[in-house]
Design a protein around this ligand. Structure first.
Ligand code: CMP
Length: 143
């Protein structure tokens, strides 16, 4: 089953939005198979955002993601990567539709509440970067 990596960023944790965000994905019908509150190290941040290394905002991005606790999650379900991106809204909250997470809760591109993998390759890479195999359950569905 398809998996994606989602992370409530420091602004979302500070604003007590973990419950709201988890609830949206639960209500949609996706399965939470891993989650932890953690502080991202400089090294992990640089690896995670490696593709943005040459961007002018790279330093700002790393500083922000390491500035406080994040809530890292792995979600599972059919088409979950694309569906989660739709539910998050566009990267820049100014363009994000109402009823998306960024449309409802964020105002600036730097502080956009949540990160979500943008492809199957990034999902696999990001899940492996943040979680050990033993931190994930096979499925949280009650049999
Ligand atoms: P995210 O999905 O975590 O992936 C890369 C992040 O870079 C993105 O969300 C934005 O928060 C951030 N970002 C993109 N453009 C800018 C920008 N111009 N200034 C600061 N941060 C940016």
């Amino acid at each position: 089953m398809e998996q994606t990596f989602l992370m409530v960023k420091p602004d979302g944790v500070q604003r007590s939005l973990i419950g709201e965000i988890v609830s949206r994905f639960e209500r949609k019908g996706f399965q939470l198979v891993g989650a932890k509150l953690m502080v991202v190290t400089q090294e992990l941040a640089e690896q995670h955002y490696g593709e943005h290394k040459e961007r002018p905002f790279f330093g700002e991005l790393v500083d922000f993601i390491t500035s406080g606790p994040v809530f890292a999650m792995v979600w599972e379900g059919e088409n979950v990567i694309a569906a989660a991106r739709q539910m998050m809204g566009t990267t820049n909250p100014k363009d994000a539709a109402v009823a998306t997470i960024r449309g409802d809760f964020a105002m600036t591109v730097g502080k956009n509440i949540i990160h979500g993998s943008d492809s199957l390759e990034s999902a696999e890479r990001e899940v492996a970067l943040f979680f050990k195999d033993e931190e994930l359950v096979a499925s949280n569905k009650v049999i």
